[in-house]
Structures are given as structure tokens and as C-alpha cells.
Design a protein around this ligand. Structure first.
Ligand code: URA
Length: 422
């Protein structure tokens, strides 16, 4: 077998055989197939797609590239959630301890942000002392003691995806249904969760810009999970505007703690509860009441224990960026658009995200929203606050926000998109 014949087969619109898929994934993981060859194949897949059987085999080969975890010995049923990525998407932070407080075990292996979407680990690392890197034994101990753990996936889990995802990120091959579905599901199946809830984002700030593409991605992932014995469900949720009122690392931790304290923005609370109900249902706990666990402080108690168990101080003040810049509303009236992608890029340019894998992120950087679509705004009043330690980046971030805001005449009848679309 050789890489060139596999690339040619997909370049010319053909199907890859099981043997070709198994060989290329294994040879790429071992370093026998070069990055430039895998980039060419990823682009051929991006352009010509894969059928369901090819996607299933590709996913199985990525799972087989590394180790598999097993939570069968835990006394609680496991449930996990995965978001396909968005702006201001801090939901994992309140969700994991909330679902643990309701009786399920939540082994949440999470990632870092790359590009305009934020990463759960970067957010949590703004809490002084908190550690994302745990050994398998530490992870199992926190999961057993607290009921939830949020940490980085170990190097042994789906190593083919680790290499391929980094390559796709720099070769313009991320937004492909076969490649996204196999990337996410290989990690989640290898992780060994019993139930999985997928939050498939739709809109400008998501990889899938329209509902039809998001539906196809969701159906592909649900099929893969089900075939591997994982109870998998998917919600399609809106990502046309940022979730909540913050995009950035420490800013989003602060907002998550507000939700755990019984407050926080209505959209974040609504989506956290919707996903919690799905996770609890999939874990065989349909009668658990997540709204009550938010209200009675038990979710907050689990959060504090989870953060402490991973070396963090839940009472430590969160980092604040050195400089702020206020953007005011351009007109008076009803805010009808505040574009998620533009806000994500602005937060990234301010230092909340990284351009390359090895770049550091600024804990305090990001964007704070003072209004959401549907709110009434007044010309000259604060609409956004930009936060950064590197004020020379303000102009660059402001350029990303060009055209991101739309204000309609006062009194215009406007209903914002619901959070859960399907
Ligand atoms: N998240 C992943 O883990 N993989 C993708 O391809 C896209 C989002």
C-alpha cells in the first residue's frame, strides 16, 4: 500500500476501501505517511466527501490508533457532552458539576481553543492553581470522589486524531462533515462514556453555518455513537450570536460561577439545563431535577470540590485584563444582530485565543456584551467592553467587529432565535 494511491483514489472521487483506510490511519500515526500527504488526502476528503461506511471505518481506525478507557467499575452511570464549538460556549463549566450533583458521573475530556472558538481547558486554567493535565489514576480518583472531572485527553487516546486535527487546522480542512464527525466520535468512543449528548452548533460562530449541514453532522455522529454502543443524542443549538454575555477565559469562568450560584444569563441557564436533562435521561436518571440542583447549591458545591481536587482555588480572584476599551451602540433602537463569528475573532485577537498551538493565551482577555439581540440600546451607551493586556491589539480587534452590529428603528418587532433549534 502507498499513500499516493490512496490520495489519488479520493482525489478522483472514488471510495476508500477498508484496507486503504486502516493502512493510512495507522501509517500516519506511526509517522510513515508525511503531513503533506495526509494534508492532500484531507483536502480530497473535504472536497469529495465520504459515505457512511467510509466514515464508520475511518472512525474505527482512529479509535484503534490508541488506548480505550473503561468506566465500568464506577458505581455511577457515565454521561458526557461535546459541543462542536462556538463563541462564549462556557456550558461545560456549570454543566459537568450540575450533572454530577444529580447522580451521574461526568468524565469530561476537553480541548483548548484554536481559531475563533474558545476552549474549556483555557478557560479553567484562568483559575489559579487549576491543572488540566491529570494522570489516568488522578482522573479516576476525582471522578470517583466528586462525580465530575474536566481534563485534557491523555496522549494515548485517539492519537491519530490529535495529529490530524492539528494538521486540518492549518490546511483549511476543518469544516468537513466526515472529518469533524470522525474526529469528535473517535475521542468520545475511545473515552468509554456510556452516554453522550452532542451540542451541534449552527450559525456564523459555528463550523456548520446552516441547519441542513448541522442536521447531517448530527445524524452522522449519532449513528457512529449508536453503532459503538454509546447512547448518543444531539441537540441543534443557535450560534448566530455569542452564548451569554462574555467571550474570553476568566470572563467566562466568572459567568459560569454566576450560573452555578443561581443567576447568570438566561440563554446560558436554558442551554445548561436542556443539556443536563438530556445527559441525565441518557444516563438512566430521567427523574433527576437539574433546576433544583442549581437552586439548592448542590451544583455549586460539586464545582468547588471539582476545582479544588484539580489543584485550583475556587475562592481566588480571577485574573483581570490590564486595559479596557468600550464600544458604544451606533444608534438607538432594537439590537437585531451581534455576530458570533465577529465577536469570537475579536476575543481571539485581543489575546483570548491562540494563532498557533504553542501560543499562550491571556486569562483576562475577551469581549463583554452589554446587550443581546432583542434588547433596546441607546446611541452612545456601552454595547461591548474589550479586555486585553496588549492594548496595541484594540484596533485589530475593532476591525473584526466591523459590520457585526445591527440596530433597527425603536419599537421594531424582533424575536431573537431560540437557543435550542431542534
Ligand atoms: N472538534 C473536534 O474535536 N474535532 C473537529 O473536527 C471539530 C471540532
Amino acid at each position: 500500500m502507498d499513500a499516493i494511491s490512496v490520495i489519488r483514489a479520493k482525489r478522483d472521487g472514488g471510495r476508500l476501501t477498508d484496507g486503504q483506510i486502516d493502512w493510512i490511519i495507522d501509517a500516519y500515526t506511526r509517522g510513515e505517511v508525511a503531513d503533506e500527504q495526509m494534508s492532500a488526502l484531507a483536502m480530497a476528503i473535504f472536497l469529495n466527501g465520504m459515505d457512511r461506511a467510509e466514515i464508520a471505518r475511518w472512525t474505527a481506525a482512529m479509535i484503534a490508533s490508541g488506548e480505550r478507557m473503561d468506566f465500568a467499575a464506577l458505581p455511577r452511570r457515565t454521561a458526557d457532552k461535546h459541543s462542536t464549538g462556538g463563541v462564549g460556549d462556557k456550558i461545560t463549566l456549570p454543566l459537568a458539576p450540575l450533572v454530577a450533583a444529580c447522580g451521574a458521573a461526568v468524565p469530561q475530556l476537553s480541548g483548548r481553543g484554536l481559531g475563533h472558538t474558545g476552549g474549556t481547558l483555557d478557560k479553567l486554567e484562568s483559575i489559579p492553581g487549576w491543572r488540566a493535565l491529570l494522570s489516568n489514576e488522578e482522573m479516576m480518583r476525582v471522578l470517583g470522589d466528586v462525580g465530575s472531572v474536566i481534563c485534557a485527553a491523555g496522549d494515548g487516546l485517539a492519537p491519530a486524531d490529535k495529529k490530524l486535527y492539528a494538521l486540518r487546522d492549518v490546511t483549511g480542512t476543518v469544516e468537513s462533515i466526515p472529518l469533524i464527525a470522525s474526529s469528535i466520535m473517535s475521542k468520545k468512543i475511545a473515552e468509554g462514556t456510556g452516554a453522550l449528548v452532542l451540542d451541534v452548533k449552527v450559525g456564523s460562530g459555528a463550523f456548520m453555518k446552516d441547519l441542513a449541514a448541522a442536521r447531517e453532522l448530527a445524524a452522522t455522529m449519532v449513528g457512529l455513537g449508536t453503532d459503538h454502543g454509546v447512547r448518543t443524542v444531539a441537540l441543534l443549538t443557535d450560534m448566530s450570536t455569542p452564548l451569554g454575555r462574555t467571550a474570553g477565559n476568566a470572563l467566562e469562568v466568572r459567568e459560569s460561577v454566576e450560573v452555578l450560584a443561581g443567576g447568570g444569563p438566561a440563554d446560558v441557564v436554558e442551554l445548561t439545563l436542556a443539556l443536563a436533562r438530556e445527559m441525565l435521561d441518557a444516563a438512566g436518571l430521567p427523574d433527576a431535577d437539574p433546576a433544583r440542583a442549581l437552586a439548592d447549591g448542590s451544583a455549586m458545591d460539586h464545582w468547588r470540590r471539582m476545582i479544588s481536587a484539580q489543584g485550583g482555588d475556587p475562592d481566588a480572584p480571577l485574573p483581570v485584563a490590564r486595559e479596557q476599551h468600550v464600544v458604544t451602540a451606533p444608534a438607538s433602537g432594537v439590537l437585531t444582530a451581534l455576530d458570533a463569528y465577529a465577536v469570537g475573532v475579536a476575543a481571539w485577537r485581543l489575546g483570548a485565543g491562540r494563532a498557533r498551538k504553542e501560543d499562550p493565551v491571556q486569562a483576562g482577555a475577551g469581549v463583554e456584551l452589554h446587550a443581546k439581540p432583542g434588547d433596546t440600546v441607546t446611541a452612545g451607551e456601552p454595547l461591548l467592553t474589550l479586555h486585553t493586556d496588549t492594548p496595541e491589539k484594540f484596533d485589530y480587534a475593532l476591525a473584526a467587529l466591523d459590520g457585526a452590529v445591527e440596530v433597527a428603528a425603536p419599537g421594531t418587532d424582533f424575536t431573537p432565535s431560540p437557543i435550542v433549534l431542534d
